[in-house]
Design a protein around this ligand. Structure first.
Ligand code: SAH
Ligand code: ZN
Ligand code: ZN
Ligand code: ZN
Ligand code: ZN
Length: 450
């Protein structure tokens, strides 16, 4: 599309800010586009434009339109056709039928095409004859699709990082101990799959999960009551009203079955878009019950890096960050701590009382009776701040001039009048960092990246 080339780059000079979902926004194959504004330095008002909500890489979806742009009938028609052509080749319903069919075949006839990421029925083998495939797909493999499918690691768009087994198990046990019986799994296919497979194997296991994810490949393995094709950046249900209704029903706490939402979104600057969608899911939960929910919020675990803490709290003041380090199978983001143990920057943010979140003592977490929460072993209680101040698990030090605790590697710079990295240029940028939102540096110099 030529129009895309005319659009601004998302990095580079000037800043791009998200204004959010807008009524009447045009759609791309990923649902309604989001409204952004590009401001250039020196100019007060920026020009607004729509861009794809899900893909921050132009290569994945190049949808672009200035807000004030007149779009011709021809272009509108072309866009509609383009959106239609970019729908998956099978519907969810068709995939459910295919699955039922697939499991009727003996192992020798069960193939999975690795190139198309698709279960193959014998009649389809021919079409995929040049493709790499796996044979003898077992029931166990069908129950853990996250292992069968290759993770979409495209950083900017899907960023599929799967929980390490230990972390996934920890999350599930935590949810069960907290008394939850229903889990709305938003972008957490591995947690969903752990719940589903336990439910099918253990009779007393009574937890249920509904997966909401943009990765349509999962529709091959789950029914419409178990998976909704969903975009968490614009709260779009691809299955329309029927899918929305399934989600609504799931959130209705029948027989007192308590619901919690667990989400592990891709990171990238769109915290406000995520927050807006999560608020809509919370509202959906609230509307399901006439009484009882009065002033309560749907319980939630938002799994995200610690350096987004202030951004998340801006949108959800009732949340707090837990010290637990969420581990992944395929994540290259780890630092190597002193102990040689991988240090994940990813944490759990929750609106449940922190004292209820019991972290494993065998992994070094301990309870701080003053803070009334579990903290990591390196997180020392600072008498001056009167709290356990470390965010990254290392021991932080108190700066009397800044009147707060700072990272061990920082020092107080008198010309900047604050604590910062020893290597920095003593000048400030007034626009906040695109990544962490803090003033004082640009995205490229964000301390959260180091
Ligand atoms: N740790 C999780 C996976 C997190 S990776 C687990 O192991 O279960 C991020 C997940 O969010 C992926 O499943 C990805 O498909 C999904 N995702 C990415 N963009 C999305 C979007 N716009 N809407 C909904 N889900 C999305
Ligand atoms: Zn194929
Ligand atoms: Zn403390
Ligand atoms: Zn302190
Ligand atoms: Zn200082």
């Amino acid at each position: 599309m030529a129009a895309a080339a005319a659009g601004p780059e998302r990095t580079g000079p000037g800043a791009i800010a998200l204004l959010g979902p807008a009524p009447g926004a045009p759609s791309c194959p990923h649902g309604p586009a989001l409204l952004f504004v590009k401001t250039s330095q020196g100019k007060e008002e920026g020009r607004r434009f729509y861009a794809c909500s899900a893909c921050r890489d132009r290569k994945d979806c190049n949808f672009f339109q200035w807000e004030d742009e007149k779009v011709s009938e021809t272009r509108l028609a072309a866009r509609e056709e383009y959106n239609r052509n970019h729908q998956p080749s099978f519907t969810h319903q068709q995939n459910v039928d295919r699955y039922k069919n697939f499991v009727l075949f003996p192992l020798s006839k069960r193939r999975f095409c690795q190139e198309c990421q698709q279960l193959l029925l014998p009649a389809e083998w021919e079409e995929h004859s040049g493709h790499q495939f796996l044979c003898g797909i077992t029931t166990a493999q069908l129950k853990s699709p996250s292992q069968l499918l290759y993770p979409l690691e495209n950083k900017k768009t899907n960023a599929q990082y799967l929980f390490a087994d230990r972390s996934c198990q920890f999350l599930l046990n935590l949810l069960i101990d907290l008394g939850f019986r229903r889990v709305l799994s938003v972008g957490t296919p591995r947690l969903h799959e752990m719940i589903q497979s336990k439910a099918s194997q253990e009779e007393e296991f009574s937890v249920r999960s509904l997966l909401l994810d943009i990765d349509f490949r999962y529709s091959q393995f789950y029914t419409e009551d178990e998976f909704c094709h969903y975009n968490m950046f614009n709260h779009h249900f691809f299955g329309g009203e029927a899918a929305r209704e399934i989600c609504r029903k799931f959130l209705y706490e029948e027989n007192g079955e308590k619901v919690i939402m667990v989400t592990d979104p891709p990171f990238g600057g769109l915290v406000e878009a995520l927050a807006s969608s999560f608020k809509k899911l919370m509202a959906m939960w609230k509307e399901t019950e006439k009484e009882g929910h009065d002033n309560k919020e749907m319980p939630m675990f938002w799994i995200f890096p610690y350096f987004f803490e202030s951004r998340i709290l801006d949108f959800f003041p009732s949340f707090s960050m837990m010290d637990y380090q969420v581990d992944y199978d395929n994540r290259a983001l780890y630092k190597h701590g002193k102990t040689g143990r991988r240090q994940s920057p990813v944490r759990i943010f929750t609106n449940l009382p922190p004292s209820m979140i019991v972290l494993p003592e065998e992994e070094g977490y301990r309870f701080c009776s003053v803070c009334q929460r579990y903290v990591s072993s390196g997180n020392q209680h600072c008498e001056i701040c009167n709290s356990c101040t470390s965010k990254d698990g290392r021991r932080w030090k108190h700066c009397v001039l800044c009147k707060k605790c700072v990272k061990p590697s920082w020092f107080h710079c008198n010309s900047c009048n604050c604590c910062t990295l020893p290597k920095h240029s003593c000048e400030k940028t007034d626009i906040g960092c695109f990544l962490c939102g803090k003033a004082g540096h640009k995205r490229s110099a964000c301390p959260s990246l180091s």
